[in-house]
Design a protein around this ligand. Structure first.
Ligand SMILES: Cc1cc2nc3c(=O)[nH]c(=O)nc-3n(C[C@H](O)[C@H](O)[C@H](O)COP(=O)(O)O)c2cc1C
Length: 376
């Protein structure tokens, strides 16, 4: 069901002859291999630190349509020191495939060791983070800082490619700032040393998360390489966004972060659209509650009650909008402390039904760092 606002916009802006959804770019229907690994669709889940946990990934996978998921970024040194937090971030399972485990660091020997570790512990692909803008990461020469040092970046990536034993990808931005758009040259160099794909967030480090994604910048990366798949990323929140990203940039696949948090059914809808030209029915009330439950119980099973409750509180507001649960239940869940209370609330909400019409999608407000970028 579409929200009122959405259907009004549609009826105003579309004549009856116009199709409701954009045509499917032919490439979207073709199979895709990344370093010999066949991925089931060309729509990927981007890493979102603090959100893209194993529990969330499994819940999204249960809906279908997802091509490849990536873990939150994991510090290479912490991984090889077997620190609990790093091991939790890199945790996966048989159902969580195909999976990229994303590592970051600036010391080649540590990155090699971390790559070998994750490849031996469930990574289908090792992804190197070269896009993270936050100070903690760039201060030590990791994340997007590497984009300023082509030789060091290439040596580091090459060392990981030699060590990993599985395909290696790199996720980066367009460059450090508008004056140094190094992504096309780096992508070309990475292709030559055996990188299997590059995922490109169409912003510079200086942009942080503000401003519009620069699709010309992504296209320049696509044009710079011979055959290596380029995965486009940034601000894809609708089928129209995905279609135009593919058409405009000529990318091989699209990676979706915040749009998938806003609407975890997005991959299922993209898959349906790829096959039929339209996204299929919106998720029902029961499907929405099931998703919320699978997500919570996944957290509970793997990380225990305390963590599951804290994590759930962080995202409760989205579920409140997405399921239209009664406000009374939402207020009860704000300080969630036990799984029994959660299960009771779900049963109650299920019995009562939604308190208002279900939205077509829910707007996720994902906090991103803001203010002067030097201070991130
Ligand atoms: C809260 C948050 C956490 C993120 N964590 C990571 C990360 O761990 N690794 C990474 O490569 N990118 C990370 N990103 C960047 C996203 O993967 C993605 O490039 C960016 O959000 C743009 O895509 P989107 O508009 O589809 O969200 C993060 C972004 C956000 C908002």
């Amino acid at each position: 069901m579409k929200s009122d606002a959405e259907s009004k916009t549609r009826s105003r802006s579309l004549s009856p002859a116009e199709p409701l959804y954009p045509p499917v770019p032919p490439i979207a229907r073709e199979p895709l291999r990344i370093g010999g690994i066949e991925v089931p669709s060309r729509f990927f889940l981007a890493p979102l630190a603090g959100y893209t946990s194993l529990a969330f990934r499994l819940a999204v996978r249960s809906l279908g349509g997802l091509g490849l998921a990536t873990t939150d970024l994991v510090n290479a040194r912490s991984l090889i020191e077997k620190r609990r937090r790093a091991l939790e971030l890199a945790e996966t399972s048989d159902a969580d495939k195909p999976l990229s485990i994303q590592i970051y660091g600036q010391v080649a020997a540590e990155m090699e060791q971390a790559a070998r570790y994750v490849a031996a512990n469930g990574a289908t692909i090792v992804d190197i983070n070269m896009g993270c803008p936050v100070r903690k990461v760039v201060r030590i020469g990791g994340g997007s800082a590497l984009m300023n040092e082509a030789d060091r970046a290439t040596e580091l990536v090459s060392a990981v490619v030699r060590a990993a034993g599985v395909p290696v990808t790199v996720k980066m931005r367009l460059g450090w700032d508008e004056e140094s758009l190094t992504a096309p040259a780096l992508a070309r160099a990475f292709e030559q040393i055996g990188v299997a794909a590059v995922i490109i967030h169409g912003r510079t480090r200086a942009q942080g998360f503000s401003g519009k994604v620069n699709r010309d910048g992504i296209k320049a990366v696509v044009d710079a390489v011979d055959a290596m798949p380029i995965v486009a990323n940034g601000d894809v929140r609708s089928i129209a966004d995905a279609a135009s990203m593919m058409e405009y940039t000529g990318c091989s696949a699209v990676s979706i972060g915040r749009g998938a948090l806003a609407n975890p059914f997005f991959f299922r809808q993209l898959d349906h659209w790829t096959r039929t030209g339209e996204p299929g029915p919106d998720p029902t009330f029961d499907e929405r509650l099931d998703f919320m439950s699978i997500h919570f119980h996944g957290l509970l099973e793997r990380r225990g009650e305390h963590f599951a409750c804290l994590q759930f509180r962080k995202i409760l507001k989205w579920y409140y909008h997405f399921t239209r649960m009664p406000k009374r239940v939402y207020l009860e869940l704000i300080n969630l402390r036990s799984s029994a209370v959660f299960d009771q609330a779900v049963a109650q909400v299920r019995a009562e039904g939604p308190s208002s019409p279900l939205p077509g999608h829910f707007e996720a407000h994902v906090p991103v760092p803001s203010g002067p970028i030097e201070a991130w």
